[in-house]
Design a protein around this ligand. Structure first.
Ligand SMILES: Nc1nc2c(ncn2[C@@H]2O[C@H](COP(=O)(O)OP(=O)(O)OP(=O)(O)O)[C@@H](O)[C@H]2O)c(=O)[nH]1
Ligand SMILES: [Mg+2]
Length: 318
């Protein structure tokens, strides 16, 4: 479809992917899009900001908005993340609640209610049983026996107003087409808001920083990934056309000397692993060769200061 031939039945709108940490929201965004944009990890609270990606076909344009996981936040940074997720709910046309059905099924199997307090809180944020209709994506169906999926769907059905419930696996792609059909069906009739070939509005520079952060989530443990942010200080495209090369410099900022030592590793071994893994992914993202230089810096308590939080993209609040 070209921009000039839009059918009158075309649908377009914003789609929020919300849910608890680790439910698979970012994995689902990447699966729907068919390419990896959002970073993912087995650790909770990987996503810190809204990440949007634009999914267009001949019938519809869905602007997918990935959000941080909703949880009982204790720290400043986590409260910001939850606020970002909650604020996105009234702003989108369709809410997709992504649930970790494996987590819920495990609760059922061990004789507990399928939903816990965090789930109840999410249900309340969605307006409860009389609230707006949402699409339920019961994720991780690849590891949940079918008979256990029903009580999970049932439990959600009692807590929120459902437009549809779709078992999916964001990992294998099973059920994702059916979910996409439900999303499209619930979008308003509207011409596309973005050019039909645009995948995202975020810069390559932003994704480069996110990829480095992802590798730190994959390769380090405990508090280290949570005490880290990544800032690209140079994104030099001078040789992109002539030599197919982009030169990137980035600071990995941590809160304490001990964390810096962990990121650097013995004899610089860890920073090297982070750099090699990140470079490969950034090259795939940019479609050209990348020269990546990483520096580790300490900024005590950056995650507890307004200035620090603003630098990682949270807006100023009173
Ligand atoms: N088995 C299985 N694992 C999945 C599936 N979808 C996601 N995962 C895994 O679940 C973990 C969390 O995935 P993410 O996509 O990062 O989860 P998220 O909801 O974005 O998490 P936050 O950003 O922390 O809120 C990763 O290890 C994924 O590989 C799935 O369908 N099946
Ligand atoms: Mg995520």
């Amino acid at each position: 479809m070209s921009d000039s031939h839009v059918p009158s039945t075309f649908r377009c709108g914003f789609v929020g992917l919300v849910g608890r940490p680790n439910a698979g929201k970012s994995t689902l965004l990447n699966r729907l899009l068919g390419s990896k944009l959002a970073i993912t990890s087995a650790k909770p609270q990987t996503t810190r900001n809204r990440i949007s990606a634009i999914l267009t076909d001949e019938h519809a344009q869905a602007i997918l908005v990935d959000t941080p996981g909703i949880h009982d936040a204790q720290t400043e940074i986590n409260k910001e993340m939850v606020a970002v997720a909650l604020e996105s709910i009234p702003e989108v046309d369709v809410v997709v609640i992504v649930v970790d059905a494996a987590h819920a099924a495990h609760r059922v199997e061990t004789g507990r209610p399928a939903l816990d307090e965090t789930d109840d809180r999410i249900a309340a944020a969605l307006g409860g049983p009389n609230g707006r209709g949402v699409v339920l994506a019961c994720n991780k169906a690849d590891v949940v026996p079918r008979p256990l999926m029903l009580p999970v769907i049932d439990a959600w059905q009692q807590q929120i107003a459902l437009l549809a419930a779709v078992p999916i696996s964001a990992l294998t792609g099973d059920g994702v087409d059916a979910l996409r059909a439900q999303i499209t069906k619930n979008l308003p009739v509207h011409p596309p808001l973005y050019p039909v070939d645009l995948l995202t509005e975020h810069s390559e520079r932003f994704f480069a920083a996110e990829v480095v952060r992802e590798k730190i989530f994959h390769l380090t443990e405990e508090e280290v990934p949570y005490a880290t942010f990544v800032e690209v200080t140079q994104f030099d495209e001078e040789e992109r056309d002539s030599r197919g090369l982009v030169r990137i410099m980035a600071d990995i900022v941590v809160e304490r000397d001990g964390q810096k030592r962990i990121i650097i590793g013995r004899g610089g071994e860890m920073i090297k692993r982070i750099g090699v893994a990140a470079r490969k992914d950034i090259e795939a993202l940019l479609g050209c060769r990348v020269h990546l230089e990483l520096f580790v810096k300490v900024e005590p308590n950056w995650s507890r200061t307004r200035g620090g939080l603003r630098r990682i993209g949270f807006r100023a609040r009173p």
